[in-house]
Ligand binder design. Sequence first.
Ligand code: ZN
Length: 227
Amino acid sequence: MNDLLYNKKVMCPVCNREIQVTKVKTKGCKVKARDTDMCVHYEDLNVLFYDVWVCENCGYAALQDKFEGLFTRDIAAIKDKISKNWVKRSFTGERDVDKAIEAFKLALLNLKVRNAKSSELAKVCLRIAWLYRDKEDTKKETEFLNFALNSYNDAYSKERFPLDKLDEFTCMYIIAELFRRVGKLDESIQWFSRIVASPQARSNPKLIDMARDQYQLAKDQLAEANA
Ligand SMILES: [Zn+2]
């Protein structure tokens, strides 16, 4: 195994069996660059590949920081709708992009059978889009950017902020940028202008700067499209 990775034992909260999960060592998490939709690129390996843990015994899968803390009704739903049909397979060890996509799609399926909040679906869909970006599959990337966008939009109107660690203005920024990336420039411009015009958003100058840049970019793209 790559020496920036290590295995760790954890208990699966659904089947109560011990499993091995693979984590990235801190020295493997050096950031190289960030895309304008917050996708992080790393120096040595793609840390995102390891962000979903999967139980090989029962098919339970979740983002690692959400792996524990299930409700009793979630466990029942996963056992009934996933474990029953699960064919045992391991996700431990080094992953390539396809294995990572498989793990994330299992996490998404687990969220769906649990009737999870839109913000949780959005977070996983956005990461699946980033994995397809890594694979240079633009069609699938756009498909998952659209899923993420719809779920963030829904979360924005229905859920209470912060959405996990996501504050309101960062969520607005992501919605605006996803609209731009899927080519809905009018909507993108509206959302960016709401951030730029908001006095409260000024408490985060870095976000305002990014919003101004992307607002201008979306306006230029629209002008170009109409030329
Ligand atoms: Zn399990």
